[in-house]
Design a protein around this ligand. Structure first.
Ligand code: IPD
Ligand code: CA
Ligand code: CA
Ligand code: CA
Length: 268
């Protein structure tokens, strides 16, 4: 698409994201229905579903030729990234939404023929919008995010990990991760993959790694982090696949090789 089309699509995606955020803010203090999906810890609410419907309906009406890939199943059966595909997580951090009523985000990405073009991560309760158009830098609200400081050392890093790294894992030798946790300055766990990508992009966290994420968790984050010179790959260093689940590391480029070579030991 040309620059004008890209700007128009960006403005539209941003407007819908802010409007969806306003709707979520109105409902967060009211009672809402909470259900489970895969297991008792995998929550979904009627607000997740309504928010995805909100996007799917508007995209279909305005851009019938675009595809929609969304977590809650109101989009299309997407099997190819040909053409324009919106990849949407209506609420990333549903557990935070339910338990904390904050620390969750809307994640919206637009891909063209497999290439990330537009990424938006909206921290609904703070009102912070992280955004990027590929090749044009990344922003937090109206502030252009600086490129990541590439001299970051692993021992001075703050890294995002979750509880799965603390317990035995069938796909990974956890002793390597324990060494990594001892090596770095500190660890954090925010409970929203999209926000963790945003924080790496902002340079307030140096890495985030996890063993299983879906395309909608990472699609916008990858575009934003790339614009500040950050990396996002599978934990074995291979490229991410936006049609399937992935292991994920996103980080400052100065610590990527060291983490994956010295601390991530996958069991084959
Ligand atoms: C989840 C969050 C969480 C991550 C999970 C995701 P959801 O997304 O991003 O931080 O650890 O793997 O599924 O279900 O709240 O959209
Ligand atoms: Ca979910
Ligand atoms: Ca998610
Ligand atoms: Ca979600």
């Amino acid at each position: 698409m040309d620059a004008e089309q890209k700007q128009t699509l960006f403005n539209q995606a941003k407007e819908w994201t802010i409007e969806a955020g306003e709707r979520i803010k109105k409902r967060v203090q009211q009672p809402f229905e909470v259900n489970t999906k895969r297991d008792r810890k995998d929550l979904v609410t009627e607000v997740d579903e309504d928010t995805e419907k909100f996007f799917a309906e508007r995209i279909r009406r305005s851009y019938p030729e675009h595809q929609v890939l969304g977590e809650e199943g109101f989009g299309d059966e997407v099997t190819s990234l040909d053409g324009i595909v919106w990849i949407i997580d209506p609420i990333d951090g549903t557990m935070n939404f339910v338990h904390q009523k904050r620390n969750f985000a809307i994640s919206v990405a637009i891909y063209e023929d497999g290439e990330g073009i537009i990424g938006l991560i909206y921290n609904v309760m703070t009102g912070d919008l992280y955004s990027a158009k590929n090749g044009e830098g990344a922003y937090k609200n109206n502030y252009l995010l600086p490129k990541l400081n590439q001299t970051r050392k692993l021992e001075d890093s703050l890294i995002g990990v979750n509880q799965f790294w603390a317990v035995p894992n069938r796909r990974l030798d956890e002793s390597g991760v324990h060494q990594l946790i001892r090596k770095v300055r500190g660890t954090r766990s925010y409970g929203s993959a999209a926000l963790e990508f945003a924080f790496v992009s902002e340079g307030i966290m140096d890495a985030y790694l996890t063993m299983r994420l879906s395309p909608w968790d990472i699609a916008a984050g990858v575009i934003i982090v790339n614009e500040v010179g950050g990396l996002a790959t599978r934990v074995d260093g291979n490229p991410l696949d936006m049609l399937h689940e992935n292991t994920v590391i996103t980080c400052n480029p100065s610590i990527h090789k060291e983490i994956i070579e010295n601390y991530i030991h996958l069991k084959e």
